[in-house]
Each structure stands twice: as structure tokens, then as C-alpha cells.
Design a protein around this ligand. Structure first.
Ligand SMILES: [Zn+2]
Ligand SMILES: [Zn+2]
Length: 288
């Protein structure tokens, strides 16, 4: 694709965040697209839902991200906005493995387009535990959670209680005090400790956010071959990669479908990783 296509070069883009995501998202987007992120002051993005379960999330990630982007655009009076939305949970295929799903939505009100990019990564410490003391089970959990380089959140296990939610803990002394206090007020005597997934508390999450920003940057720097609108990229996949032994169709992806955010033009392209045949272990005939 054309390296000189820089539709947004020199433009300012509103980023609604209170957890310093501009530090992670800014550099790749400046380098690939030439845009500068501007963060509106005093915007309470918690109104749109937070981690740790204090506010119910009003919608799916994409809708939330687009709404957040518009909040930022309105606050700054800019026609361009960006927002990110992270969610965490079991992997869609390997349920025992946690994943970090990062979605970025870029809104261009002048052109009336929204460009979305997402990354699903298993490089996350997302986890929680319930314990009744500062025991070795908790110590093992903390080591897996990469504490204290990654923060944790502590609350009574029996439920939410005003004044007993401790976020952003990154040292053992504060952790010990929070655990003791929460056990003291917990109806069942247990404390709930979980990884703090906010970007500024979680370097693993920042790395995944950076990947998402790079993917979005590539997309914004790529025009639709038919109409020239920025945001050309993968919109779907086609399954049916053939078995290398017997030629039977598998459920693995054989091609990627590229599409435009404005017009209906699409192109099929072989898998980006260059894999042309499926290993027989994925074949319903060779390995039923
Ligand atoms: Zn086969
Ligand atoms: Zn197009």
C-alpha cells in the first residue's frame, strides 16, 4: 500500500482517557498516521463503566468505545476522536486461558466513518483469588500476577462495601493493610484480590494496547483501493484450509477478506502468515 497516503497527517484527535493511554497509543499513531492525541481535561470516563464492577457497562465494547470517542470530541470540539475499550475473560477456544481483548475505535465525524481495530492476546495477568489470610496461596497468586510491577485491587469477598475497595496497590505494606481491613469487614471472612487491569497499573495491558494502536495505525494509513477512504483492512475471514495430507477442508482460516469502512468493495487475500495447508491434526478425516 502507498506509503505516502497520510489522510490525517498533522491532525489532532481527541482521546477520552483518564489512565494515561495517550502515552501508549500516541507514539505508534504519530509515527504511522501523523496524528497527535489530545486528552480533554476532567472527563469522567467512569460514567461509561469501569473495571472492578462499580458501574454496569452499558453496552458492548464497540459501542462503548464509539461513545467514549464522541465524548472526547464534544469536550474538545474536534471532528476526530479515538477511544479504547478493554475486556478480559476466558479465551473463546481455550477456556482455561485468560485473554485481553483490546478494541480501538477511531471516529471521523467529517467523513462519517468509524474505523475499528482489535487485538486478542493471551499475554495478560488477568486473574483473581479469594483467601482468608496473607498466606502462601496469595503469595503464589501475586507472583503469577507480576505484583508489584502490576497493581492489584482488594475488596471484601462477601460483596461491595463503601470505603472498602482498594485499587492500584503496588506495594506489600499497603496490600497487607488492605487485606486485613477487608477480611475484618467481610461477612464470610474472605478477601477478594484481583489484578488491576487499568492501563496505568498494568504493563502487560499497555503492551497489548500498543499492538492495537499499531494495527489501527496501519489501517488508517491504508486507503480503500476503490474509493480512497482511509481504514482499509481485514473485515472477515474464510475458513476451509485444506489438509496437507488428504486435501480435506478443515475449519482453519484459509483467506482474509479486506474491506472498506465506506463502500462495499472487498478483496480476498491469502492468510497473512503465509500458511497454505493445514496440519493433519486439524483434519476431520486424518484426525477425526
Ligand atoms: Zn487430512
Ligand atoms: Zn471504499
Amino acid at each position: 500500500m502507498s506509503k505516502t497516503f497520510r489522510a490525517y497527517h498533522g491532525r489532532e484527535v481527541a482521546l477520552a482517557t483518564k489512565h494515561h493511554k495517550e502515552e501508549v497509543l500516541g507514539p505508534p499513531l504519530l509515527q504511522k498516521v501523523g496524528i497527535t492525541l489530545v486528552v480533554p481535561e476532567g472527563l469522567d470516563t467512569d460514567l461509561l463503566g469501569t473495571f472492578s464492577g462499580e458501574v454496569e457497562r452499558p453496552g458492548v465494547s464497540r459501542d462503548v468505545a464509539v461513545k467514549k470517542a464522541c465524548l472526547g470530541m464534544n469536550a474538545l470540539g474536534l471532528p476526530l476522536g479515538l477511544a479504547s475499550e478493554g475486556s478480559f475473560g476466558p479465551h473463546p477456544q481455550w477456556m482455561f486461558m485468560p485473554v485481553d481483548h483490546e478494541l480501538l475505535a477511531f471516529v471521523d465525524a467529517d467523513q462519517g466513518i468509524t474505523v475499528v481495530e482489535q487485538v486478542l492476546s493471551t499475554e495478560t495477568n488477568y486473574s483473581h483469588i479469594r483467601v482468608s489470610a496473607m498466606d502462601h496461596e496469595l503469595m503464589d497468586f501475586l507472583s503469577r500476577a507480576a505484583f508489584p510491577s502490576h497493581g492489584v485491587v482488594v475488596r471484601p469477598d462477601s460483596g461491595w462495601q463503601p470505603g472498602f475497595l482498594f485499587k492500584g496497590i503496588t506495594d506489600s505494606k499497603t496490600l497487607g493493610e488492605a487485606v486485613e481491613q477487608c477480611i475484618g469487614v467481610s461477612d464470610n471472612g474472605y478477601v477478594h484480590v484481583e489484578t488491576d487491569m487499568r492501563a496505568h497499573m498494568n504493563p502487560s495491558r499497555r503492551a497489548v494496547l500498543r499492538q492495537a494502536a499499531e494495527a489501527l495505525g496501519t489501517r488508517l494509513a491504508t486507503p480503500c483501493p476503490a474509493c480512497g477512504t482511509p481504514g482499509w483492512g481485514v473485515v472477515d475471514v474464510i475458513r476451509g484450509l485444506l489438509c496437507e495430507e488428504c486435501g480435506t477442508k478443515t475449519t482453519l482460516v484459509c483467506a482474509e477478506v479486506y474491506g472498506c469502512v465506506r463502500c462495499d468493495y472487498q478483496q480476498e487475500s491469502p492468510r497473512g502468515d503465509g500458511i497454505l495447508k493445514a496440519s493433519p491434526e486439524f483434519c476431520p478425516w486424518c484426525n477425526p
